[in-house]
Design a protein around this ligand. Sequence first.
Ligand SMILES: [Zn+2]
Length: 148
Amino acid sequence: MKVHLKQIPPEGLHLEGEEECPISDVQTDDIRCLGSMSYNVDIGVAGGALWATGSLKQTVELRCVVCLLKFVHEVRVPAFAMRTELHGPETIDLTPFLREDLLLNLPPHPRCDRDGCVVCEVTQRRAAPAEAKRNVAWSALDKLKIKR
Ligand SMILES: [Zn+2]
């Protein structure tokens, strides 16, 4: 996202729209951009610096670390804020700042937590109290008895 200093009036500029996914360069089998990023930012110039605040949203497809299935996740940056000194060029590219904040808000260990995610459900059961575990064990024994 590039802004030209001449586009920014003294009272600031409000920008809202969509921009090509800024984290497309980090795409792997485990992370993929779905569509473009939506942004809602206020930009201004003060004291020889350009600042921007607002919010960002980017939908991505991630791979669940538990069951390895892919799921859709919305990366949200509710309080995006950046400031950069102005020196020289009149056109400033905000993309590196947007990219960094999106990357910081990616879950480090993505989990799908979906209903019917068999592996995730099994993991939850394993994490359940001992009582529940014993009941599962007994019901397995009961099934064996029935077979005999
Ligand atoms: Zn899962």
